[in-house]
Structure formats: C-alpha cells, structure tokens
Design a protein around this ligand. Structure first.
Ligand code: DHB
Ligand code: FE
Length: 283
C-alpha cells in the first residue's frame, strides 16, 4: 500500500490559486474619482520618497526592490502580501464606526457558497480529520440583543496542518467550510476541529522578504467568519485561541483582544467548546 501524498503549501499552489480567485471575482467597473486617485497616489509615492531619503537607499537596494516586485507578481503572491501587511489597516478604517461585533482581516482564502445548514451543522471534513473536536456556538443579535432570524454565519478555517481547502492541493472541496442560517432564536452551532497555527507560504517572494528581514511567517490558529443578516451590516472577522502560539505576534497583525476565545472541555466529554455571540450593526 502506498502512503498518501501529503499536500504541501507552495507559493505556486495556494498563492497562485488566491490570485486566480481574486481576479475572477474582481470585475471593477467603478467610476474613477481622479481627485481621490491623485491624492492617494501622490501621498503613497511621497511616503516612499521619504523612506528612500531616511534610509539613504542605494541603487543596489533599489534594483533588489524592482526584482522582488516583479517576482511577487510572477509568484501570484500579491493577495498574500497585501492581506498580510496592508489589509489590517484598511479594515481598521472601514470598521472604525461599528458598535457591534469586532471585525478583522478577511485574508485570501474565503470562498462564497459553502454548504448550508439550519441552526447547527458539522463542517464537511475527511474521515478521521486531525485536530481536537470543537463546537463553536453562539447567537446573532442586533445591537439591542434581540436574536436575528435568517442570519448567515459563514465559517472557514485551515486544517490541522494549516492548509485551506480549494487552495492547497489534495484537500476535498469545501473541507472545513460551511454556512449556518439561524432560526428565530438567532442561534448557531458548528461542530468542527480546532485549526492549527498557519504559516504563510515561505517558498515564494513573501517568504524571501521574511527571510531577508529576519521576521517569522506565522499566524496564530484562527477561525474565519462572515456574519450577516437582512438589514444589518456584514462583519468579516477571525477568532483566535487564548494562549495559542503567535497570538501575541501575528505576522498579519490581525489579532484584537475582543477576538480571543477561551474554549472549555466540551459537555459531551469529547473535545472543546466555546460560545461567542455576534451583535450586528444596522445597515
Ligand atoms: C493569509 C492567510 C490567512 O489564513 C489569513 O487569515 C490571512 C492572510 C496569507 O497567507 O496572506
Ligand atoms: Fe486564515
């Protein structure tokens, strides 16, 4: 009997898939606001000029930057680069006025249309899926605490090796991805396994930057969520595990204190469980 081939997270795999998915979904037909483009582009370019002056950047470094930028595109790693080092500030600005559930970055691995369940469900997973069995449950409410009927709770996360289905090779479609629609009590309960810490691909250009700078490539273990309901704002967020590796030094700087879970041993006697409620702002 031959051993199954373990999926390996390559830049040319997950990174390129993330680029293709993004390009498919992004069909921008927005009107260009010339004044805004000019203001933002001017400030961004001027900020770069200041960095060059401050650090007295050399021609050798300038050429290294050019070569690296070319390679990020060739590797298909622009979604990875932007979601790790830039998105958290876009999210901070976008959600500054929210009163309800706290958001954080989406990252590159969301796919709409995951299998749906009513009120409770077990995420699609392989026989003997590795990881601690885990029940993630809660209630979706409005800002006054009234339960929301027909709220959508979409959950996706990496497996115990830190890989995402539909992006890393060899994982069944929709593995560890699912959507719960709430009933009038606003409740949802997912049965899944706890994800593991996730290392962004180290074999491509983002990995080359991390190695050259002496940084690390790790994100803490996390659940990804999108929660919405009719007439309410959708929140995109992630939840982390207290005491987990890299909760304090996430490469993507996406951890916030409100997003750290403290699971307890499950009442069923197997695995762990945690309750987390989402209050949604009006649309
Ligand atoms: C990346 C991966 C993630 O799982 C995430 O949540 C954020 C960013 C990345 O590889 O860019
Ligand atoms: Fe992630």
């Amino acid at each position: 009997m031959s051993a199954p081939t373990a999926p390996s997270p390559t830049a040319a795999g997950s990174g390129r898939n993330a680029t293709e998915r993004f390009a498919e979904k992004q069909r921008s037909t927005a009107q260009v606001d010339h004044a805004r483009v000019s203001a933002i582009a001017t400030n961004a370019i001027t900020a770069l000029h200041e960095v060059i002056r401050e650090h007295r950047v050399t021609y050798a470094e300038y050429d290294a930057l050019k070569a690296w930028l070319i390679r990020v595109g060739e590797d298909g790693e622009w979604p990875l680069f932007l979601d790790v080092w830039v998105e958290h500030v876009v999210e901070e600005v976008a959600n500054a006025d929210r009163k309800g559930a706290v958001g954080t970055i989406e990252g590159p691995y969301y796919i709409p249309g995951s299998p749906e369940f009513r009120s409770e469900g077990t995420l699609p997973m392989r026989d003997g899926e590795a990881g601690t069995p885990f029940v993630f449950q809660g209630t979706v409410t409005d800002l006054e605490g009234n339960p929301l009927d027909d709220a959508r709770v979409e959950l996706w996360h990496a497996d115990d090796d830190g890989f995402y289905s539909q992006f890393a090779p060899g994982i069944p479609e929709w593995n560890l991805r699912g959507t719960i629609l709430t009933g009038p009590d606003g409740r949802f309960a997912f049965t899944t396994v706890k994800p593991a810490p996730y290392q962004i691909p180290t074999d491509g250009s983002c990995g080359a930057l991390i190695a050259a700078a002496g940084w690390h490539a790790w994100r803490p273990a996390h659940l990804h969520l999108k929660v919405s309901a009719p007439g309410k704002q959708l929140v995109t967020t992630q939840l982390y595990f207290a005491g987990g590796q890299h909760v304090e030094d996430d490469v993507a700087q996406a951890v916030k204190p409100e997003l750290v879970l403290r699971p307890t041993p499950a009442a069923s006697g197997t695995g762990e469980e945690v309750t987390y409620d989402f209050a949604l702002d009006p649309a």
